[in-house]
Design a protein around this ligand. Sequence first.
Ligand code: SAH
Ligand code: SF4
Ligand code: F3S
Length: 435
Amino acid sequence: MTKKLYIKTYGCQMNVYDSERMAEVLEGYEQVESPDGADMILLNTCHIREKAAEKVYSELGRYKDLKQANPDLKIGVAGCVAQAEGEEIMRRQPMVDLVVGPQSYHRLPELEARARAGQKALDTDFPEEDKFEKLKRRPKAQRGPTAFLTVQEGCDKFCAFCVVPYTRGAEASRPVARVLAEAEELVARGVREITLLGQNVNAYHGEDGGETWGLARLIRRLAEIDELKRIRFTTSHPNDMEDDLIAAHGDCEKLMPYLHLPVQSGSDRILKRMNRKHTAASYIALIERIRAARPDLLLSGDFIVGFPEETEEDFQATLDLIERVRYGAAYSFKYSARPGTPAAERPDVAADVANDRLQRLQALITRQQRAAQDAMVGREVHVLIEKPGRMPGQMVGKSDHLHAVHVTSDALDVGDLVKVRITDSGPNSLAGRLL
Ligand code: SAH
Ligand code: SF4
Ligand code: F3S
C-alpha cells in the first residue's frame, strides 16, 4: 500500500526545490497536505536566523500526539538545521528517527529503511558523489507553469553573520548538460518559466566537455528552448555580477527584468565588518551599469539591521542607499547571532534599537514597493497565468517584473502568457485587463 508523506518546508527557494526532489526519491510514498495520518513527516529546515531554527523544535513538539497515536509514524529532519545540529536534534527531541543534511538526501531511501527497522538514521556528510546524479529522474507528470531548477550550491563568501557556507558547503556548479536535460524535461511537462537557483547563482561555473560556462552563457542557451518563455535567477552576490550577465539583461529577451541583489548595509564600516568585500559606492555603480543595460529593471534586496556595532549613522547610510537605489521589493531582517559565525562573538545592538531601525527601514521599503507597483498602472505587461483567483472568473499570474496580477476573463487557462493593461494597484498585487 502507498504510504503517506508529509513534507513541511522552511527557508529559501533552494529548500523548496530540495523538498520536491526528496518527495520524488522516496518511492512508495504519496505526498499529502497534512501531517494527520501521515506515515512519514519530513521537516526541511532553515538555520539562517535563530527564530527559523527554533520553529523546528516547536513544530516537532506538535507531533507528539501523532507519534503516540501511530507508533509506526517516522519523523525526519532535513535541511540546514539537520546539517548544523546533526545528532543534537535527536538528543533534544528523541522522537526524531532520521536526520539528513542537504548534501545527502539522495540517500533518503536507505535512511528511511533504517528508520523503519527501528534504528536511528543520520547522514550529514558532504559526500563525493553528485547527489543530483543519484536522484531518480523527475516523473513525467504534467506540472504547473513555473519551476525552480538548482544549478549551483554552496557558498565560499563567508559573510561574518551567515551560516550558509557551513550548512551548504563549498560552491559547486552542476554540469551544463545535466541542467539542460532537466530544463528540457521540465518544459516537456508544461513548465514555461524557470528560475535558476543557487546560494550564489551568479558564481555558476558549469563544466561542458572541458569548457566552463558562466551563468550568462547558460541563460542564453536555455533561451533557445522554444517553449520556455521566461528565465529568472536568484540569489546573486554583487561581486559575481560579471559583464556578460549584465549584458544578458539588456539583450536576452527571455531573461526577465527583475534582479534580487542583496547588499545588506549601506555603511562601508559595517560592510567591512560583515566581510562583504564590496562598498556602498561599488554596489551603486554596479546597479547603474545594470540599469543602463535594462532601464526598466526592478531591483530587490536583502538588508540586515542591528549588526554588531551598527550606529545610528551606519543605519542612516543604509537608508540613504535605499533612497538612491529605489527598490521594487526588499527583505529586511534583524541581525540574529548564529553559533560558529565570526560575528556571533561581537557585542549585540540593543533589541529596542534594532527593532526601531527595522520598522523605519521597512516603512521606507514599503513606500518604494508601492511606488514601483503604482507606476505600473496604465502600462502594458505580460502575465504568465499561474492559478485561479479568489473571485469567480478571475485568474492570477506574475508579470515580467514579478508583480502578482489579477485578470478577470473566462478565456484564460493556467500556463497562458498574455498581454494585459494594468488598471489598478492594491497593497500586494495589481489588477489588469486582457488586451
Ligand atoms: N546567498 C544569499 C542569501 C543568503 S540568506 C546572499 O548572499 O544574499 C538570505 C538573507 O538572510 C541574507 O541576504 C541576509 O540578509 C539574511 N541573513 C543571513 N544571515 C543572517 C543573520 N545571521 N541574521 C539576520 N539575517 C541574516
Ligand atoms: Fe551567506 Fe554571504 Fe554566502 Fe550569501 S554570500 S550565502 S549572505 S555567506
Ligand atoms: Fe535557510 Fe539553508 Fe536556505 S539556512 S536560507 S534553508 S540555505
